[in-house]
Design a protein. Structure first.
Length: 247
């Protein structure tokens, strides 16, 4: 516990990948056969974003940069890191949803994935160093959770747009709790992580519902960005739970 990275482990893992959701669409669209192309593109882009995230992390760890990045970020005020990430997330989400330029949408998605990969480095470094196997276990649990929630959304075809207000208020409350924990030095425990996993699950239901009912068919990049943000959020807190269990 004398290692500075070890001392900062649990404070660092209390922050998260909050994204500013810029794209809200109105009346539901019909789930027709021709919407299948949009759905396929959305999930292919989600898969591409996940693979890009994994590739960036693998490159950083293999190049020996992860330790330096983790030390630098843990030695910086986490409020500055979180503030920068929220700004990047908001800009990326807005461009992906609002820009008429497809290259700009791809640039936004790529930038968002890169920002996610960067903010994950300290957490992954601590997990790799102090809890071998936790990353793989958390990834498997996240995949199972995502597939299960996706099955529920597609199986019921229910419109979960009513979750938007709940998610906004819950997200604000969680962000306030995280900022307060950094400012006043208290620890948000495992219960908070469990609540945030539930929050991420609700976000996945909401995002999937928008894919089914609301997104225009030319916004598959923005849809993939939102799904990726929710999956990353779930992975963050599932991994945090595994780390706490091995403390």
């Amino acid at each position: 516990m004398s290692d500075p990275l070890r001392r900062n482990e649990y404070r660092m893992t209390e922050t998260s990948a909050f994204d500013a959701r810029a794209g809200e669409y109105g009346a539901p669209v019909a789930v027709a056969v021709d919407r299948g192309a949009f759905v396929v593109k959305t999930y292919m882009h989600l898969l591409g974003a996940i693979l890009l995230f994994v590739g960036i992390e693998a490159a950083l760890f293999q190049a020996g940069l992860a330790e330096r990045i983790a030390s630098a970020m843990l030695g910086t005020s986490w409020l500055v890191v979180l503030g920068g990430f929220v700004l990047v997330s908001w800009l990326a989400s807005r461009v992906a949803h609002m820009s008429a330029s497809l290259p700009a949408q791809y640039l936004a998605l790529t930038g968002f994935v890169a920002a996610q990969a960067l903010i994950f480095v300290p957490l992954l470094y601590v997990a790799e160093r102090y809890a071998p196997g936790a990353i793989q276990s958390a990834a498997l649990c996240t995949v199972i959770g995502f597939l299960g929630l996706t099955f529920v959304a597609w199986g019921t075809r229910k419109d979960f747009s009513f979750l938007r207000g709940i998610l906004m208020w819950a997200g604000i409350c969680a962000l306030v709790a995280i900022v307060a924990s950094v400012l006043f030095g208290f620890t948000l425990g495992t219960l908070f992580s469990v609540v945030m996993v539930v929050f991420a699950g609700a976000a996945i239901l909401y995002d999937t519902s928008k894919v089914i009912h609301h997104y225009p068919e030319d916004r598959y990049v923005g849809a993939a960005l939102e799904l990726f943000a929710s999956v990353a959020l779930m992975f963050w807190y599932v991994l945090r739970i595994f780390l706490a269990a091995r403390r």
